[in-house]
Unconditional design. Structure first.
Length: 193
């Protein structure tokens, strides 16, 4: 009788299994240098509450000590050399989760000299966000990164036209960039989302 009561007691506290969340989705941010990839990622992580507590204050203190202005890009540009040069050299991967899914965001460098690092990061990606700065428009690296993403088999692509403030939020500028890059993507067999 005691064994039966203990068996009932031990099973009464068992929680029903929770459904598995979706598998981790790896998203690479790619595009031409200085089009705002790292800044966009830093802002997304900040705005979604995905940063560790105190991370913003830590980076602000480090910037103040170096006499630099805080930028959201510094949340990912971990190397002091990257921060001083305001350039992404290596890929940075940061994980976060929502209620439904785990994500890994991969910040890929935009400089031509670090193309192999971009390829390394993109080769692990399931999807891509290709960032184009509205102030400069479609550049050689924009096309190169899209082409490499297609070669790597990344077919889920979102194109972000960033820095619209530097183009006076002009609809015509946005439409011109969208038309030019959509035509290029069609040539390489990618349909942007």
């Amino acid at each position: 009788m005691i064994e039966k009561a203990n068996a009932q007691r031990s099973t009464s506290n068992v929680q029903p299994p929770t459904p598995d969340i979706e598998p981790k989705l790896r998203v690479v941010f790619a595009g031409h240098v200085d089009h705002g990839k790292s800044t966009l990622i830093g802002r997304i992580l900040h705005d979604t509450g995905s940063l560790p507590e105190g991370k913003i204050e830590e980076i602000k203190k480090a910037c103040a000590a170096e006499g630099m202005e805080f930028e959201f890009a510094f949340l990912l540009d971990a190397l002091l050399e990257e921060q001083k040069q305001n350039v992404t050299i290596d890929t940075t991967e940061i994980s976060f989760r929502t209620v439904r899914r785990r994500y890994a965001i991969i910040d890929a460098p935009g400089h031509k000299e670090f193309l192999k690092n971009m390829i390394t990061g993109a080769s692990r990606a399931d999807a891509a966000i290709l960032v184009i700065g509205a102030d400069e428009g479609v550049r050689e690296q924009s096309r190169r990164h899209a082409y490499l993403l297609s070669l790597l088999g990344v077919k889920q692509l979102i194109v972000v036209v960033n820095k619209m403030d530097l183009a006076d939020y002009g609809q015509a500028k946005f439409d011109a960039i969208a038309a030019e890059f959509s035509a290029f993507l069609a040539q390489i067999g990618i349909q942007p989302q």
